[in-house]
Design a binder for this molecule. Structure first.
Ligand code: FPP
Length: 245
């Protein structure tokens, strides 16, 4: 039975901060690497379900520009995970009509990983199923700096009058250009912050904090988060009366 008070918000774009891999492995007395491997498994198993739910866009935070501060061995493990993920899963993702885009700064990423990234984007370019953005070597502030540089170049080239800068111009110069802002952000692992993720795009996003650590996050917990989202009262700065118009 449908709850008559239930709001059915449109969930077009889901974003996830997949946190808690390290704590998951520590709790089990395993090396941190195993937590990240568990994290990839969790992502892999949820992709099918997100596809079934017909959510058009998914963005996951996989490697932050701040993660370079971690021990070298962990950084190298995280690079290897992306390598392996692309090498092992790309064909299946492609068969499932998933379009892949890796968002973030390509500088600093090993050149073979950049090549894998480019080949995954090229192979899946024309797919029109789930649009999967993997944020890798990404931070929201870095993305904004990059956007300002691009806009500055357009001004210098005489293609843009600074008085004409507006929100669309900024959005269109972000790594996420052309993708709608997230409707729902889920962060697992019980921390309550957004950690430099999608700073511009999260302006009106509903945020859901989940206690479970990412490798333990599953279909049921995702379903609960989505149910909670559907019951949120989204106003985008307006009041009830103006929402009816
Ligand atoms: C946060 O856990 C997670 C990360 C820094 C990496 C997230 C990566 C994955 C889930 C796998 C990679 C995915 C792809 C697509 C290759 P943490 O290490 O900060 O955990 P902690 O807060 O418990 O220490």
């Amino acid at each position: 039975m449908k709850d008559s008070n239930k709001r059915e918000n449109n969930l077009s774009h889901l974003a996830i901060i997949m946190d808690g891999n390290g704590r998951w492995s520590e709790k089990k007395g395993l090396p941190r690497e195993d937590g990240h491997i568990g994290g990839v498994k969790s992502l892999r198993s949820l992709l099918g379900y997100i596809g079934e739910l017909e959510i058009p866009y998914l963005t996951v935070f996989s490697f932050s520009t701040d993660n370079w501060k971690r021990p070298k061995s962990e950084i190298s493990n995280l690079m290897n995970l992306l390598r392996k993920f692309i090498q092992t899963d790309l064909i299946e993702l492609h068969m499932n009509n998933i379009k892949i885009r890796i968002i973030g700064n390509r500088e600093g990423i090993p050149s073979d990983v950049v090549k894998l990234i480019e080949s995954s984007e090229l192979l899946t370019e024309d797919n029109n199923g789930l649009y999967l953005q993997i944020a890798f070597n990404y931070s929201g502030r870095d993305e904004l700096v990059n956007s300002v540089k691009k806009i500055g170049s357009s001004i210098k080239a005489g293609d843009l009058d600074p008085h004409n800068i507006n929100e669309d111009i900024i959005s269109n110069n972000l790594f996420t250009a052309g993708v709608p802002d997230p409707d729902l952000l889920i962060r697992t692992g019980s921390e309550k912050r957004i950690s430099n993720f999608l700073l511009w795009q999260l302006a009106y996003t509903e945020i859901y904090f989940e206690e479970a650590l990412w490798p333990d996050f599953n279909k049921e917990l995702l379903s609960e988060a989505i149910d909670d989202f559907h019951n949120r009262y989204r106003r985008f700065g307006r009041i009830e009366e103006s929402l009816k118009k």
